[in-house]
Design a protein around this ligand. Sequence first.
Ligand code: SF4
Ligand code: SF4
Length: 349
Amino acid sequence: MPEDIDIAALCNALGIDALGVVSAGPMRSFDMYRQIIGRGLPPQLDYLWRNADCRRDLEAILPGTKSVVCCAVALPAFRGDASRRYARFCTLGDYHQTLRVKLQGLDACLRAHFPIAQSRICVDSAPVLERELAVRAGLGDIGFNRIVSHPELGSFIVLAELLVDTDLTEYREKLSFRANPEPAEGAPGARACCPPGHRACVRACPVGALTEDGYDLNRCLAYWTTQHKGDIPEPYAAAMGDMIWGCDRCQKACPRNRNAVPAAAQASPLETLSFDDILTLSARQLRKRLADTPLADGNPNLLVRNVCIAIGNMGDSKYAVRLGNIARSHACDWVRRAAERALKIIGDQ
Ligand code: SF4
Ligand code: SF4
């Protein structure tokens, strides 16, 4: 019986920190999304254009979708230097797989209570406008930094969705865990949560990616450091400081995260991966060390490039020999150039 379900116990057992349900239907923020990507996308993000129309309606993802169960999982904080160097999402290991396992458990349990015939798990794996779904499911609102912020968990969360072909909205209250079952309606846009002039996220962004007019993906350091395969132009390279993967400055500065409780810390292989390791390991060895992290599927050259840039920004001469080796013999030309940049900065000091 649906009445028997204890959603809090289920979420606690699965490690889901908030859950809400929303009815399917045309996505209200689709036009806004088209406008944003219409302003121009960097080449590595071309796919956002290719599958843009799928985001208009969930029918394109799972025909017959009636409801979406939206989940949020709080991110643990890194310990030590890694907290400055990596974006917080990197703490969750292979987070696609981690989230998929949680949603598989959720799917199995919901099927035992509801007549669900078809379902689909989305963990960054399908083109859905997940921020809109999360807001309409009562999980929070979108801050001026364009990130969903949950009232208790803050914005250091990851989102995942379970699309089902059964209408669950009648049980919305019963199926809400740390979610508002009656959130405000309408197309969710960025909320003006701090008054103009006091927007800590805007002031914290070192590259002007957040403005009153919107968020410019082409400037964001999260894009340059984790997606862009090539040279990072100088203003962005300098703005990275000693950060090497992603950028959370607009979230770290947000007062809404001040009282948010992070998930329990868990050891990450990134915490013990030193700059020396990254500069000396072969690509194969580095991939091995990056297993069980969100960097595992990517090109390890991006990380080597970013470390060279960070060392240059720090002006740390103790890596000069290793940088020299990379500048001379690394197989990738833009990694070599990042090492040359660092050596030049260190030499000019
Ligand atoms: S992630 Fe960094 S670069 Fe991107 S908008 Fe936030 S502060 Fe700016
Ligand atoms: S810093 Fe202020 S304006 Fe920016 S997301 Fe947080 S509350 Fe909103």
